[in-house]
Write a new protein. Structure first.
Length: 148
């Protein structure tokens, strides 16, 4: 998979607001697409018996984005627990390389029948850890500009 998972998104006019920039809610669609594609790549064996829920997500808006721009979403594994894991999403303007937004989310493995959290399947946990380690070694990350 390489050092990071990236997807490209094209900003459609319908994702903008009356001011002309991308509406704040549209960013969460970009992050969802990135998470979905990330898991399609690292956990192809996922089936209906295995479910995750998004327990938390927060977004820091750094710069504006506009219709017809190409954006890159980078997804990284930050932390892996027993039943949950934390990812980050970095949204960057593809041409200008300007950071647009930074998000962190927590997903929990969940059993809908019992309505309880469950341990992360061992194979997924290993793959998350493998990706976490490779991200720690990358040389050109756009880290959370809101921290420190």
């Amino acid at each position: 998979m390489g050092n990071q998972h990236e997807i490209e998104v094209f900003v459609r006019f319908c994702e903008t607001d009356a001011v002309g920039h991308v509406n704040n809610t549209s960013y969460f669609l970009y992050f969802e697409e990135a998470r979905t594609k990330f898991f399609q790549e690292i956990f192809k064996e996922r089936n209906q018996k295995f479910n995750m829920i998004l327990a938390s997500i927060k977004c820091d808006y750094l710069h504006q984005a506009y219709a017809s721009e190409a954006l890159i979403v980078r997804t990284k594994v930050i932390d892996v627990g027993t039943k949950s894991f934390k990812l980050s999403h970095e949204l960057v303007n593809k041409l200008a390389r300007v950071p647009i937004a930074y998000a962190e989310c927590v997903s929990v493995c969940f059993d809908y029948e019992t309505q309880q959290s469950v341990p992360i399947p061992e194979e997924l946990k290993q793959r998350l850890h493998a990706n976490q380690m490779s991200f720690a070694n990358q040389t050109d990350p756009i880290s959370n500009p809101c921290s420190g």
